[in-house]
Ligand binder design. Structure first.
Ligand code: ADP
Ligand code: MG
Length: 318
């Protein structure tokens, strides 16, 4: 199959048609109409086989996740998803694989109203690169740089599930069958917090999405905002499946160091806490306060008022 046939069959005129796309797949460039008084938020992510995903990953899940991890970056900025391009590198043309991959990709794209407006197709070791574009009212984007001393630190959802899901897939952990599906699903099927990001635009002072693990991702906020933080590890949101599988202690380690949660971590001043409750209930997302921004430049972990030592050695992810 030639490249253009592949594009016709699996990607062109599929999925969401947005009125702000004047010209989609098929020309040298796509043409889109940005809304008035909006800034364009742009982000890209590459997933390389054997590095970011296992060769055994089902193509449908991979298609979905490729879009979802990009959407998560838009969520962290408070942006509305709009358009994306797809650079696809494949070792061969496998129709079944492409069919399932494109279905997964368009499932995420449809749900979040993103149009696929272009891309590139090449031969080589399997990798997927998506560049996503969103829109955010000018001046309203959430950044990593606005956290202030005294702000409260929150996270959405639950943490650590995805990392345990990966460990199960790698055969490094064996868990009770009743928890397995949920954990693997959390790894394959992240839930980008688009609605939460939108709701946080006028409430949060800073935000980031958790892709590498809370312990390392929060450092980006601390650095960009010139502040420190205290986090109470007993407040971390842990799923029943995570705690039921590995016990409370290891669950905390997973929550602090596990990657690919794609939850939002954000900071909110005391005066906005009431408004936050209403806004996020409206967005339908679970969220919990885990700590506070303080002076300094470090993250301090505490448990029952005592310093908490993170056991990084017994707990290595790659
Ligand atoms: P060019 O050579 O001008 O870069 P191509 O022949 O590579 O264009 O692509 C033709 C059209 O198909 C372009 O509009 C391009 O954006 C689109 N396209 C190519 N690959 C993909 C893909 N994997 N997914 C979506 N659109 C694609
Ligand atoms: Mg061209």
């Amino acid at each position: 199959m030639k490249e253009f046939q592949l594009i016709e069959q699996f990607f062109r005129d599929k999925g969401q048609k947005r009125r702000d796309v004047h010209l989609g797949i098929g020309d040298d460039c796509a043409l889109v109409q940005p809304a008035e008084n909006k800034s364009i938020a742009i982000s890209c992510d590459t997933l390389v086989e054997n590095i970011h995903f296992l060769p055994s990953m089902p193509a449908h899940e991979l298609g979905y996740k490729s879009v979802a991890v990009n959407l998560s970056d838009l969520a962290a900025m408070g942006a509305d998803p709009a358009w994306m391009t797809l650079a696809l590198t494949l070792p061969d043309v496998d129709n079944d694989w492409l069919q399932q991959f494109s279905e997964g990709l368009f499932e995420a794209a449809e749900y979040y109203s993103v149009s696929l407006i272009g891309g590139d197709t090449t031969r080589g070791p399997r990798s997927i690169n998506i560049t996503i574009h969103g829109q955010v009212p000018t001046g309203k984007a959430l950044t990593r740089g606005g956290a202030k001393i005294g702000d409260w630190i929150y996270v959405t959802g639950t943490l650590g599930d995805s990392a345990l899901g990966l460990d199960i897939l790698l055969g490094k952990q064996d868990v009770d069958p009743q928890f397995k599906e949920f954990l693997i699903n959390r790894h394959y099927h992240p839930t980008p917090r688009i609605l939460a990001g939108q709701a946080l635009r006028s409430l949060a002072t800073s935000a980031i999405d958790l892709s590498d693990g809370l312990n390392s991702d929060i450092a980006h906020i601390l650095k960009a905002s010139n502040v420190g933080a205290v986090i109470d590890v007993n407040e971390l949101p842990l799923s029943t499946s995570l705690v039921g599988s590995v016990g409370p202690e290891q669950a905390i380690n997973y929550a602090l160091t596990g990657g690919e949660d794609y939850e939002l971590l954000f900071t909110v001043p005391e005066a906005q806490r009431g408004a936050l409750d209403t806004a996020l209930i409206h967005a339908g997302v679970k969220f919990v306060k885990i700590g506070q921004i303080c002076a300094g430049d470090k993250l301090r972990l505490v448990s029952n008022g005592e310093p908490f030592e993170l056991d990084l050695k017994s707990f290595e992810h790659f």
